[in-house]
Design a protein around this ligand. Sequence first.
Ligand code: ADP
Ligand code: MG
Length: 484
Amino acid sequence: MSDSIKDKYEAVIGLEIHSQLLTRSKAFCSDSVEYGLLPNTQTSVISLGHPGTLPKHNKRAIELAICMGLACNCQIREYNQYARKNYFYADLTKGYQITQDKTPICYEGHVEIELKDGSTKQINLERIHMEEDTGKSMHDQDLYSSLIDYNRAGTPLIEIVTKPDFRTGEEAYAFITLIRQMVRYLDICDGNMEEGSLRCDANVSVRLKGASEYGTKVEVKNMNSMRNVQRAIDFEINRQIELIEAGGKVMQETRTFDAMKNITIVMRTKEGANDYRYFPEPDLPPLVVNEAWIEKIRSEMPSLPKELIAKYIKEYKLTEYDARVITDFKETAAYFEQICHHTGNYKAAANWINGAIKSYMNEQGIDISMFPVKPIAIADIINIIDEGKLSNSAASQQVFPMMAKHPERSPLEIATELNLIQDSNADSIEPLIDEVLAKYPEKIIEYKEGKKTLMGLFVGEVMKLSKGKADPKITNELLRKKLD
Ligand code: ADP
Ligand code: MG
């Protein structure tokens, strides 16, 4: 399809993101939500919805939902009613899912996404509501049967529903990236799309540019990575434009993404759509959220990257680039802050993280949670360098690799053993300077006549005599004093 045809159209996209909440127990009973345990060991009659059992509210799940709402600038609803969404499926033994219909706990709200070109865009939210997850059907474990694991049944979820504010797959990608970073910073969800703790459905339509009505939307499911969400949307936009250009009509349907082929495939059409017959959940009392509770949750909210970046630039004098890289992951930001508890050289702390530590982690294929060196040891090495006892290059090329290998040893110990501790003592450097100057009387004349580059030669010779232990800065200063 030519760009000029594509250019006539505009895509309209809305996202629905399900996020499992990091509680210990399920949304409406005390079953554990631990991931990866033997199938069907974390279920009880309540998770399975046996007749006569009663659900109960999980306070932590509600707090996490409110926390996400606050982070997304939402209104928090005072009077919440749960609803039953009725449908039949093998992974839903109850025959209904407990969710929120007319009274989502968070509504409205907005966040700001950042695009590759540096521009920003506000994305408005429709709502964030609470619900429970279903069991998990597995169609690829057994040749003849589908298997079901009910451990997941009843796991608390929030569903974030956006307004149809996205116009490109890239914008949708930026939004999920932001949401994943937010839920991780706020300890709401581990954000793992591959394991399904964060899932995204995309609603996609296209219309002629300038049209006032939206086109018919198609819902795309089963994208298990952020990139696949973008790919599925991009594919779907092209598919719909081609269809319309060929004289066809987009049908309202649900499609699934095939990551191997990079295409979307029809799952079900509107005719086959469920009528969920929502009605108020009779087994749960309405949930009332008061202002004091909201304020308590707000006051305990961890800082988000946006605030940290501002603080690092303003108080720690980092460049915006450094501040961004450090706050990419919560664990990295925490590591950085811990270094800064033990040294005032914040710039050096940032350089270590974005330089030597990052290269080491890339080489080893690990993240900061597995990085063996303690932040205080990084602060120590920074301080040793700042005291002039160790050169930057010796620190990063020789001491640091040893620290990673032997994290129990202090940098000073290692540097001493490797014979790298520099002499910053003027008394011991002066005789070496005298020796060097005595060796090069003509060069001194040339220097005095203006050939200032000779300073490099003098410093180099002193360093050689000291076997690399003289502090180059001090050597420089002393030489200058003698010569000028
Ligand atoms: P439904 O009733 O089918 O669930 P909703 O109006 O609740 O649809 O919207 C579900 C999601 O689809 C929301 O994220 C919304 O922004 C998005 N959406 C609604 N209409 C369109 C459209 N025409 N094109 C793309 N996305 C849309
Ligand atoms: Mg809807």
